[in-house]
Design a protein around this ligand. Sequence first.
Ligand SMILES: [Zn+2]
Length: 262
Amino acid sequence: MAPGLEIASILYHDVVDNHKDSGFQRPSAIPYKHTLFEFGQNLDRIAKSPVTPGLVFDIDFARPGRHLLLTFDDGGKSAIYVNDELCKRNWKAHFFITTSLIGNRTFLDTNGVRYLRSCGHIIGSHSHTHPDIFKDIPFHKMMEEWAISCDILSQILGNPCITASAPGGDVSAKVLRSANAAGMRYLFTSDPSLTPHKEGNCWILGRVCPKAGSSLSRVEEFVQFRGWARELMRRRAKVLLRTTLFPLYRSYIRRTTREWSK
Ligand SMILES: [Zn+2]
């Protein structure tokens, strides 16, 4: 990787006024759903970046430079609205799809996935079943998650799937190895980092995730390539706490990722 290469990747989920209309229907998903108005405010701040949001495929990792990438996890059906907003600005983004949920009431169907691709976005895997503590499952299960998901996406889109984002946030060396072994060339994590690194043939790219209600000035800072080190410290403290309190964290995740009865 070239010295002086910085990639600011921003992670969003659903954009929806009523959380029941798109994405996961469970308590842990709520803080990640932006209203239409708030998302518009985020886009206005992103527009203040010195660089236009682009695609990871267009980055030459051997050259110094600054790049801004927008990514959307889960594959909730609000991605169609997100696309409309991005199109108005002529911006391209990355959508990571949980393939076992394609066609469910609050998720994209196959036509939606194809439509996003036809608009010029990159479509990647967000695993098949979205295990909430992905780093906790055995290696062969990780491989299965990537393989099934990529098989479904390549059947829908007619080209191989080489990009992915890790579900549930936390990654480990094992998760990175699995993505590389499954043929991924780009894996997005939730570790705030401007500097990509490589695992085998796979570029590992960090991201920041402004939650609903996050201060807009922080969003603006991130897209100006500032505030990332502080965010990394915050994230590390959170991960350390989770690791120390792992049994409690696991039961918290079980409780908050349970779907509400419909
Ligand atoms: Zn997710």
